[in-house]
Design a protein around this ligand. Structure first.
Ligand SMILES: NC(=O)c1ccc[n+]([C@@H]2O[C@H](COP(=O)([O-])OP(=O)(O)OC[C@H]3O[C@@H](n4cnc5c(N)ncnc54)[C@H](O)[C@@H]3O)[C@@H](O)[C@H]2O)c1
Length: 342
């Protein structure tokens, strides 16, 4: 078994580090790929383009060090062939977004559990054969479920609703991923880092799967109504994807982060109603703000989380986490981009 999580990879043919990014053609994955390439990595992306897009990777620099593989992390032969090279593996491939989950509960559960299981087993085999490799697992604030505490820290209870409401399957499936990943660390000493992302936003995020900010900005720019679900008093915190990616990269480079779970995001809450107003103001839009019930937006048994705010103490004790972007600057950037794309 390797003695260090950061030692020389026995499979490396050059001194440049190698990373494998699952879901690398997705929103967060493509920004992570960008950051790794900029730092001199050779990067392999595996993506089945279920929600990811080829164009997310087309404009990146340093593409000579990028290998794109179209395929699924649920394909055992493919996963086995991919894990022999990298020094670092970033597992972001998943079914994401409450709208997708409401529409396709089977795919959500299957996509979020089996591929993680497969990847961990293959990495543990590599590790036991002397290949020094470290895994990052992208988890989610959804694992806290509807915990009533105003601010959530990593040791708080997971509080899910009943299994008859498919919405909880996303958080529960990601919680299984976390249990499994932590088990591989405890039992096999496979080096891992887990981060629970809170709402991540920025360029390349699509509103097609229910993500609120791109939906609002798109509507405001087009002069269409902004549709707020329920009473608009739900509270969320929005972090720029580049700040989140920087935190992920720092955690992977910090030995004391190994084997642990971290919240990553912004800790500045805003209500969804306020968010709609901010978007209209910043976009200079005369769009109306309209309200609809969860039953109209999703289905009759949809249940939401009223407040979702991370405690960032552990993150800030472990790395130097100072976000570069506040919510206003995030909205300004998105408005500018969407106006140019019109
Ligand atoms: N965006 C957020 O606010 C947020 C919040 C919490 C957690 N996360 C987590 O971050 C990760 C990335 O999310 P995102 O927002 O970039 O979503 P995304 O949908 O843009 O990215 C997911 C990517 O995974 C790919 N994919 C899905 N299943 C696959 C499979 N079996 N094999 C290969 N590729 C597959 C998709 O095509 C897509 O490119 C996910 O694990 C998600 O759970 C995101």
């Amino acid at each position: 078994m390797p003695s260090s999580s950061t030692g020389q990879n026995r499979h490396s043919h050059s001194s440049a580090p190698r990373a494998l990014v699952t879901g690398g053609a997705g929103f967060i994955g493509s920004h992570l790929v960008d950051s790794l390439l900029a730092d001199g990595y050779h990067v392999t992306v595996v993506d089945d383009y279920s929600t990811g897009r080829r164009e997310n990777l087309e404009s990146l620099g340093n593409r000579d060090r990028l290998t794109l593989i179209e395929g699924s992390v649920g394909d055992a032969d493919l996963v086995r062939s991919l894990v022999s090279q990298p020094d670092e593996v970033y597992h972001l491939a998943a079914a994401v977004g409450v709208a997708l989950i409401a529409r396709q509960p089977i795919a959500t559960i299957e996509r979020n559990i089996y591929p993680t299981e497969l990847l961990l087993a293959e990495l543990a085999r590599e590790w036991s054969e002397g290949h020094s490799v470290k895994l990052f697992l992208a988890s989610t604030s959804e694992v806290y479920g509807k915990n009533p505490k105003p601010v959530w820290n990593e040791e708080d209870d997971l509080v899910f609703g009943p299994t008859t409401r498919p919405r909880w399957s996303y958080g529960a499936s990601k919680a299984i991923d976390e249990f499994l990943t932590l088990a591989y660390w405890r039992e096999r000493r496979l080096p891992i880092v887990i981060a629970r992302f809170f709402n991540v936003v920025g360029p390349r995020q699509t509103g097609a799967y229910g993500m609120v900010l791109p939906r609002f900005v798109g509507a405001a720019v087009r002069g269409e109504p902004l549709l707020v679900h329920d009473d608009g008093k739900q509270q969320r915190c929005f972090a720029h994807v580049r700040d989140v990616v920087r935190a992920v990269r720092q955690l992977m480079q910090t030995d004391s982060a190994t084997g642990r779970v971290f919240n990553i995001g912004s800790d500045r809450p805003v209500t969804i109603g306020e968010l709609a107003q901010m978007v209209c103001r910043i976009a200079g839009s005369r769009s109306s703000i309209e309200y609809c019930s969860y039953a109209q937006a999703y289905d009759d048994d949809f249940e939401d989380v009223r407040r979702r705010v991370p405690d960032l103490t552990r993150l800030k004790q472990t790395i130097d986490y100072q976000p570069d972007y506040d919510l206003e600057s995030i909205i300004e950037e998105l408005v500018e981009r969407m106006k140019n794309e019109k």
